[in-house]
Design a protein around this ligand. Structure first.
Ligand SMILES: O=C(O)C(=O)C[C@]1(C(=O)O)C=C[C@@H](O)C=C1
Length: 384
């Protein structure tokens, strides 16, 4: 067959595959309803294990190796779980809506833009995007009712916690209603034909600069220009049309601005992932069928062992901690506010009792939200 004929056949096959994936997604949503009726959890890793073993066995005679089948179905099953979770949460909280107004950092092509698309594509038919120039502006947009949700980066595997967001959470009335992680592949992006040896200036968001600090240390004679977001950096490159000025951001985002990839994988950590939180004016209830996280902040006071006593309360109630962060308290720089993420549903008896006890021994405590955990650990296939 001629190349074009073969490609036509590939395109036909891919179209059939897309149809089957869409059908599978609809079946998964039907499973969600069936499980809810039977009070069963969304995740059924025994079923996933059986499924993967069967698919690997069916793939062998077709020449599809186990690693390929497993990797492919990890992606398919993760989507299935997240779709089911989103459906159940929308029904439970009445948050299904044809259009949502979402505030995020930057404009089209910023990392927060892609995280917003990834999270809300499952939850609304239309996303009304509100790109902002600062985290404070994002929070204000939701607090004043100009946006329904905000997507905020809160930590990154290379640069750690994003303190400005933690500080905003200390004073906002908004609730955390969701989370997601998103891989961040930093690329050096410039005008087509840019000569790497002639670069004199790099534009990027301060967080991006921090995540690529090791790479940037290797660039001598280069000036760093801080931008409000990755899309802001892309815009400057496009407007300046100066081939000695480049940006750091995501490849897809750069393409929206006609920029080409000059170098890839600039982050200090090979697996560079950011965790984003989603905040809204109204808290959500998390269905029992879905693994939940609860985030609260507390000021324990400075008496010896105050923090230990508080954490022991969690231990006594069998509550595991996902993250512990501390930030200075505005106005009292030598006193710390602790941010605690736990793997628990706010409506769990253990969590209720733990919060009652923490209320008694801390000087201040506030629940920031209970939300679905979107850490979908892939099921590993044990040798049959
Ligand atoms: O069969 C189920 O219970 C489903 O929810 C479907 C499915 C899948 O996509 O295959 C998804 C999540 C479960 O953990 C197991 C399997």
């Amino acid at each position: 067959m001629e190349l074009d004929e073969i490609r036509h056949a590939i395109s036909d096959t891919d179209q059939q595959l897309l149809g089957l994936l869409a059908k599978r997604r609809q079946l998964a949503l039907a499973v969600a309803d069936a499980k809810l009726a039977q009070n069963k959890p969304i995740r059924d890793q025994k079923r996933e294990q059986e499924l993967l073993v069967s698919l690997i066995s069916q793939g062998k005679p077709l020449g599809l190796d186990a690693q390929y089948v497993t990797r492919l179905y990890h992606v398919i099953i993760e989507d299935s779980v997240l779709q089911q979770q989103a459906k159940i949460q929308g029904q439970l909280n009445g948050t299904d809506s044809p259009a949502v107004r979402v505030a995020f950092l930057g404009g089209q092509g910023s990392y927060s833009y892609w995280a917003t698309q990834k999270y809300f594509t499952r939850r609304a038919e239309r996303i009304i995007e509100q790109g902002c120039d600062s985290f404070n502006e994002i929070v204000q947009a939701v607090e004043t009712g100009h946006a329904d949700y905000a997507v905020l980066p809160i930590e990154n595997t290379s640069s750690g916690s994003i303190n400005e967001v933690y500080d905003l959470l200390q004073h906002t009335r908004l609730s955390i209603v969701g989370e997601l992680t998103h891989p961040i592949a930093h690329c050096l992006l410039g005008l087509p034909g840019t000569d790497l040896s002639k670069i004199r200036q790099v534009c990027a968001h301060p967080q991006v600069i921090a995540q690529c600090s090791q790479y940037l240390q290797g660039l001598s004679q280069v000036k760093i220009e801080y931008c409000d977001s990755s899309s802001d950096a892309f815009t400057r490159i496009k407007q300046q049309q100066d081939p000695t000025v480049v940006a750091i951001g995501g490849e897809e985002g750069g393409q929206l601005y006609g920029l080409q990839v000059l170098t890839r994988d600039l982050a200090n950590q090979k697996d560079n992932v950011s965790r984003f939180i989603v905040v809204a004016r109204k808290p959500v209830t998390v269905a029992k069928a879905i693994p939940a996280k609860t985030t609260f902040i507390m000021y324990t006071g400075q008496q010896p062992g105050a923090l230990v006593d508080a954490l022991l309360v969690l231990k006594q109630h069998g509550i595991s901690m996902a993250k512990l962060e501390s930030r200075p308290i505005n106005g009292n720089p030598w006193e710390e506010m602790f941010y605690v993420d736990v793997f628990a549903n706010l409506s769990d008896y253990a969590m209720t009792r733990a919060l009652e006890e923490l209320n008694k021994i801390t000087k201040f405590i506030k629940v920031l939200g209970c939300y679905p955990s979107e850490d979908i650990e892939p099921t590993q296939v044990t040798a049959g």
